[in-house]
Design a protein around this ligand. Sequence first.
Ligand SMILES: Cc1cc2nc3c(=O)[nH]c(=O)nc-3n(C[C@H](O)[C@H](O)[C@H](O)COP(=O)(O)OP(=O)(O)OC[C@H]3O[C@@H](n4cnc5c(N)ncnc54)[C@H](O)[C@@H]3O)c2cc1C
Length: 376
Amino acid sequence: MSQPAYDVAIVGAGIVGAACADEFARRGMSVAVVEGDLVGGGATAAGMGHIVVMDDSEAQFALTRYSQRLWQELRPELPLEVEYEPCGTIWVAADEEEMAEVQRKRDFYTARGVATEVLGPQALQSLEPNLRPGMSGGLRVLQDVVLYPPCAAAFLINRALKHGAKLHLGQAVTHGGQGRVRTADGAEIGATWVVNAAGAGAADLTPGLGIKKRKGHLVITDRYPGFLNHQLVELGYLKSAHTVSSDSVAFNVQPRRTGQILIGSSRQYRAEHPEVDQLILARMLRRAEEYMPVLARMSAIRAWTGFRAATPDKLPLIGPWPGDRSLLVATGHEGLGITTSLGTARILVDQITGKKPEIPIEPYLPSRIVPEHAHA
Ligand SMILES: Cc1cc2nc3c(=O)[nH]c(=O)nc-3n(C[C@H](O)[C@H](O)[C@H](O)COP(=O)(O)OP(=O)(O)OC[C@H]3O[C@@H](n4cnc5c(N)ncnc54)[C@H](O)[C@@H]3O)c2cc1C
């Protein structure tokens, strides 16, 4: 048998594939990236770029916290166009029930070393004067960050290229596994490892991944400098974002460096078409205006959609795919793939190189969704 041409062939140059390419290449492995479209053009271009620590489960916390730390370490190297802004998050409590959630969240974060500040109604109003008066308060999470995902993906790919990686753009992959990637024009690239980082398209290449597309809408406004100071997310988001079957909207706004406001967000299952859905968009904007009435007088310049790759247990799939010794999976990041891309790449490459990962990897192993292989 001839030697494979590369150590690693990565399918997909979204933020996850880009982070993997960067990590493998910087550890001295030869890397080919094969992308059907553009660098950072999939969900990565559609996402909000909120680098956020989350507490839905211990495993989610571990990966988001670890990844956020990796973004912080990378900050000095990030070019200006990545628009890294350590603006922090405020989880907004509309009523006393949500204030109880503020306390629970604060306790969870404090116990794990995450800096937070509980805000009463006045403190919230003075930090974000454009919120509707009468909110109960909120939780400010100081280390959360906002960045511009497509440029972050481009930065990671460019760094991989500087370390010798090769990039094949506009090449749709029809097969990835058994030590090779085959493209629609019939070309083959041999590699010791194949990484499926095809985002919401990953299940087309690896049947059995169990990934469902979860459609999201975002709107961006014209420039209104100083209007918003933090990423603001309603605490009701926790109730709505985690329903796994019905459509939902939640107040989620982000200040961009340009002075624009990015307004989200929605979640829809069984919505496969990328077109903007006017009904869900109107619902999403109404929700935003309930929290920030002034938004109704602002001019919105563009709306778009994207597809999150959702797994049944809300955790990503990172690691070897049972049944194919060459195949690695790095997908299923749902609404957190910008945040967790760096941690994903780090723990994936650790698994291959035999380095001890800095966080326990078991919750993310793909073998958990293929029971007959779980103990193989
Ligand atoms: C509305 C919305 C808001 C979001 N907000 C946030 C946020 O604030 N913070 C956060 O952390 N995350 C957020 N996310 C989630 C985040 O955008 C995704 O988790 C992340 O971009 C996934 O990256 P990826 O590289 O896995 O997938 P993608 O960016 O989709 O990249 C996959 C790539 O694979 C390519 N591909 C697919 N199939 C093939 C094939 N057969 N051959 C070749 N190439 C192929 C695609 O063209 C694409 O470029 C949001 C998502 C949405 C939709």
